[in-house]
Write a protein that binds this ligand. Structure first.
Ligand code: PEP
Ligand code: MG
Length: 762
């Protein structure tokens, strides 16, 4: 068996992976893996050992060629045998005669005696060795390079499937409610707090693969809905065929006939109706039937038949569109909604009724995604980046969101419920205890005073912000309002909204940021499709290209202040050159002149720039000369400095607020702004972290602007220190070269000062 499969490597690989991904649970996946690998590589033995983290051992899980009785019973310590060696080295071990190897370990009863050659490769998922995939043969020979390469490639693909199957394990469908056991899914803490509730799965429109599992009691009604969808789809296809009849060749028109035949043929429609009668809802039944037919066709060797898979998928999407147009897709919020989705957006969050929303979980995204920031501002516990979450199986199920630990618990047992109730009580006590600080200014022990402002975006932020003693608004994310509309709002519509905001905070200063879309903030009515959206058309780049949008917004901001004389500040996002500042200022001055000419009496607002692109750090002094204030957008600045996508859970560990390069950059920005006597704030999430806030105050930031949720904790931390002490800590930290050590050191200083509870809470 040398290269007979290497020439057809990709197809074999695809077939194995497809087969494996069809499996329902972990055991079935492993059985398919060993069977498929044994066949594809034509070996006598293929086995999988999986790591049991709790017991620190490998468990013999599945095999072809060895003793089936040993499955689940044979275990090896992590440093035992050749399997242990593969895991230790995290690289393949390829031995001509394994029995001669000093690390070989004889295992009674497993049946390895006849087999000499051994090739084991690690199954690695995100740096962790999950297990070892082994092939063995009787003949004493080294497996050749192509075999080794095949097994490594396969193992890299299977790692994700195994991790997913493992995570899903106990939630597999088909189990009755009382068979289901508590399952925990680990992600990233995105907004602190604990939420108890019912999973409400949100899924994108016209995406078959993300339709959740849902049971229906009204099988008759669901069958009717499906039959109507079939009739409507047939009608649509006949119309299309008629319209295009004159433009297409008869051969091309044949596709429509094929579609109609598929719909008439009871194979697909009959199977869907069968599943609905078994209790599935129509969309879920459609997904299962289409996926299974598509997989069958995609596995076929014949290219033309494989293409049929694409046609079936297309037909499935057409049917789905009809099912969804009957509005069944409308999210049905329960009284205790825990919103769950593959890639939830700020819009999903903003559209959910606040009083019903108890938690928020997204498979994609990370703690610095805009949706996470919004969740924190709304005090909704949130977890992001749970990669292996089987969202489709969770709809309607009881869950707990642990926003402190970054965990979702499905089917919590009484122990977990009790534990999290206690956490909630302790948290409420902490917040109550801080309530007295709301009316006091933030004055540190040596009388250094620092402004604590809030970031806002929705009117719902106002009451919480004022209740916690916000002294101003350091960042009003105007794009939130744009996101909730279905077209660009007019100047007058914007003026009304901005005025409400100014009035609510009067007489406190309000910093309104001009529209910051692009990146992960999309407007449903103005999609921006780019390969690298965070390096693309974002923030000021969009609005300088669309002056009509910029001018209308600035005019609305300035006019909103008529008669209020609030300290209105206009702030420009994503500035990367002074040319952009000059141009934006010219446009703002133009707006102001026009408004005055219209006879409206208003003050010219202060104009400021966000420092969130590394280029702006190096030009902070030049920028300061031009504007009235600066504000650091640390969320973006960190992503651009460290080259870590703020939305990407894979690299979230590399996103470090305490990275020495970040701290030095922040200090340089402070020095540049103060050298020009310009006030400087920071409005990224970092400002709301009490340990970071201590360093920022010591650097000389005049204002820290954060979400209202963290304000009192930051105030408690800062008022517990003298700024001179903070400066000593900062000086020490600026000499350190490792983000983890810096964070631990500063967190420790807070703990020693009696602030352990808040170090835990953020
Ligand atoms: C930032 O980048 O730090 C910031 C405050 O802006 P946003 O998070 O909205 O990008
Ligand atoms: Mg930003």
């Amino acid at each position: 068996m040398t290269s007979q499969f290497s020439s057809d490597f990709p197809r074999t690989l695809r077939r194995v992976i497809q087969e494996v991904s069809k499996a329902g649970d972990l055991d079935a996946s492993l059985e398919i893996i060993v069977e498929q690998v044994q066949t594809a590589m034509n070996t006598e033995v293929c086995s999988v050992y999986l790591k049991d983290e709790e017991r620190q051992q490998y468990v013999f899980m599945a095999t072809r060629g060895l003793n089936q009785e040993s499955k689940g019973k044979v275990t090896l310590a992590l440093d035992e045998g050749l399997v242990g060696l593969v895991g230790e080295r995290a690289e393949p071990v390829n031995e001509e005669d394994a029995q001669q190897h000093p690390r070989n370990r004889y295992i009674e009863g497993i049946g390895e005696e006849p087999f000499h050659s051994f090739l084991g490769v690690p199954i690695t998922h995100h740096r962790h060795v999950l297990g070892v995939l082994v092939v063995q043969q009787m003949a004493a020979r080294r497996f050749d390079e192509s075999e080794e390469a095949f097994l490594i490639t396969l193992s890299a693909h299977l790692a994700g499937v195994i991790a997913h199957a493992r995570a899903t394990g106990s939630l597999s469908l088909g189990k009755s409610e009382n068979e289901l056991v508590t399952t925990q899914f680990k992600g990233m803490s995105a907004s602190p707090g604990v939420g108890f509730g019912t999973a409400v799965v949100v899924y994108p429109e016209a995406d078959l693969s993300s339709i959740p599992e849902r049971l229906t009691e009204d099988t008759y009604g669901e069958v009717q809905i499906f039959k109507n969808a079939v009739d409507e789809t047939k009608m649509e296809i006949r119309n299309l065929s008629r319209q295009l009849g004159t433009q297409l060749q008869p051969g091309e028109l044949g596709l429509f006939d094929a579609y109609l035949q598929m719909l008439d043929n009871t194979e697909i429609t009959g199977e869907v109706i069968f599943l609905i009668r078994q209790g599935d809802w129509a969309q879920g039944a459609l997904r299962k039937v289409i996926e299974s037919h598509v997989a069958n066709f995609e596995n076929m060797e014949d290219e033309i038949l494989r293409e049929r898979g694409t046609d079936i998928k297309d037909l499935g999407i057409r049917l789905l569109a009809k099912l969804q147009s009957s509005d069944t897709r409308m999210v049905k919020y329960t009284e205790d909604t825990i919103l769950i989705g593959n890639e939830l957006t700020a819009t999903d969050l903003a559209l959910a009724p606040a009083e019903k929303l108890k938690g928020f979980v997204s498979v994609k995204g990370s703690a610095y995604s805009h949706v996470a920031i919004l969740a924190e501002a709304m005090a909704i516990p949130a977890v992001m980046g749970i990669e292996d979450l089987p969202t489709m199986l969770l709809d309607g199920k009881p869950v707990i969101v642990d926003g402190f630990g970054g965990t979702l618990i499905a089917y919590p047992g009484s122990e977990q419920i009790e534990y999290y109730r206690r956490v909630l009580r302790e948290e409420a006590e902490l917040v109550d205890g801080l309530g007295g600080l709301a009316d006091q200014p933030c004055i540190m022990k040596d009388n250094h005073r620092i402004g604590l402002w809030v970031n806002t975006g929705l009117m719902t932020d106002v009451a919480r912000s004022l209740g916690r003693g916000a002294e101003g608004v350091g960042l009003y994310r105007t794009e939130m309002y744009f996101m909730m509309n279905d077209r660009f709002p007019t100047e007058e519509e914007q003026r009304v909204i901005y005025r409400q905001h100014l009035q609510a905070f009067h007489p406190r200063p309000v910093t309104m940021r001009t529209l910051d879309i692009g990146g992960d903030k999309a407007l449903p009515y103005f999609p921006i499709e780019e390969a690298n959206p965070f390096l693309g058309w974002r923030g000021i780049r969009v609005t300088l290209d669309h002056r009509e949008i910029f001018l209308a917004q600035v005019r609305a901001m300035i006019k909103a202040n008529e008669g209020l004389d609030t300290d209105l500040r206009i702030m420009l996002p994503m500035i990367s050159s002074v040319a952009e500042v000059d141009e934006a200022q010219r446009l703002i001055s133009q707006c102001y002149r026009e408004i005055v000419e219209e006879g409206i009496e208003v003050e010219m607002p202060d104009i400021g720039v966000m420092i969130e692109v590394p280029a702006a750090v190096y030009q902070a002094r030049d920028i300061s000369k031009r504007v009235d204030f600066l504000s650091v957008g640390s969320n973006d600045l960190i992503q651009y400095m460290l080259a870590v996508d703020r939305n990407n859970a894979h690299v979230a560990e590399l996103y470090q607020e305490f990275h020495p390069a970040v701290l030095h950059a922040l200090k340089d920005i402070v020095d540049a702004a103060h050298a020009e006597n310009k006030p400087l704030g920071i409005c990224g999430e970092m400002a709301g972290n009490p340990s970071a806030a201590l360093l920022l105050a010591a650097m000389g930031f005049d204002v820290l602007s954060m979400n209202a949720t963290n304000l009192l904790m930051v105030k408690w931390a800062l008022t517990s220190f003298a700024n001179s002490k903070g400066r000593r800590i900062l000086n020490r930290v600026l000499k350190m070269d490792n983000a983890y050590l810096i964070k631990n050191y500063v967190d420790d200083q807070l703990r020693k000062t009696g602030l352990g509870a808040i170090v835990r809470s953020v």
